[in-house]
Design a protein around this ligand. Structure first.
Ligand SMILES: C[S@@+](CC[C@H](N)C(=O)[O-])C[C@H]1O[C@@H](n2cnc3c(N)ncnc32)[C@H](O)[C@@H]1O
Length: 233
């Protein structure tokens, strides 16, 4: 009997010790400093969320963003499906933003074959953290040949999320010139636009449109065009 009592006491003592020394679950807040900490964690998470990063860039540079929000998953997946992916070489994404299209592209190609160029430093550093195994370059698409260095010769496919309609005409011309330098015969250029009619402006004659797809499940609805470089023989 006495032994049983001692055993029961030990059991209770052990349990109490375990409860007292256990780490307090994060959602049980006993002090106001705990609450402040949780509040500031939530605020910082919200401020660094993709949506907020995008919104801040729109305020700072609306013409370069050219959209009210990141592309929808539907647009991104359709973009990635339209992109003709070859067995070797790099896929280059221009204007990665918060990485919606990047993420979709990575369903189709190994991470180390994807290069993403983004002009806005905050977005570039976000992309870098989100896609550590891909090549994220902070810089202007108008200088992309220089940015790429040795990799420039191995670009097979270019995917663009750049807002050609809102960027200055002269900048668009420079970017197209860079695309022309990078893509060899057979290389492809995929671009989406909110202009549902007509062709992507400014492209040279030897960029032949090989497919068009409308995506209604996006705000606003968009059109995806794929062009192939075909120099006259
Ligand atoms: C319409 S957002 C698209 C973002 C993302 N691809 C998406 O679909 O959600 C355009 C992106 O292009 C970037 N951008 C604009 N001009 C650029 C330039 N000259 N060089 C590189 N990136 C640029 C902007 O910073 C922005 O992230």
């Amino acid at each position: 009997m006495r032994r049983k009592l001692i055993q029961a006491k030990t059991l209770v003592n052990d349990s109490v010790t375990r409860v007292l020394t256990a780490r307090r679950p994060k959602n049980i807040l006993s002090t106001s400093s705990d609450k402040d900490e949780l509040h500031s964690t939530r605020t910082s998470r919200l401020m660094n969320s993709p949506m907020m990063l995008f919104a801040r860039e729109i305020i700072q540079n609306p013409r370069a963003m050219g959209a009210a929000c990141p592309s929808s998953r539907h647009l991104a997946q359709n973009m990635a499906k339209q992109v003709p992916i070859l067995d070797s070489g790099y896929v280059l994404e221009l204007g990665g933003g918060t990485g919606t299209i990047t993420q979709a592209l990575l369903q189709h190609i190994p991470a180390n074959r994807l290069i993403v160029v983004e002009r806005a430093p905050n977005l570039a550093s976000y992309l870098h953290q989100r896609f550590p195994n891909s090549h994220v370059l902070e810089g202007d698409a108008a200088q992309v040949v220089k940015l790429l260095g040795d990799k420039a010769h191995q670009v097979q496919t270019i995917v663009s999320g750049l807002p050609f309609r809102s960027l200055p005409h002269s900048l668009v011309q420079q970017i197209i010139r860079q695309v022309e330098i990078l893509l060899k015969d057979g290389g492809t250029f995929t671009q989406f636009t909110y202009d549902l009619r007509g062709k992507t402006e400014h492209l040279p004659a030897h960029f032949r449109r090989i497919s068009t797809k409308f995506v209604w499940n996006n705000f606003p609805p968009a059109r995806i065009d794929v062009y192939r470089v075909e120099h006259a023989k």
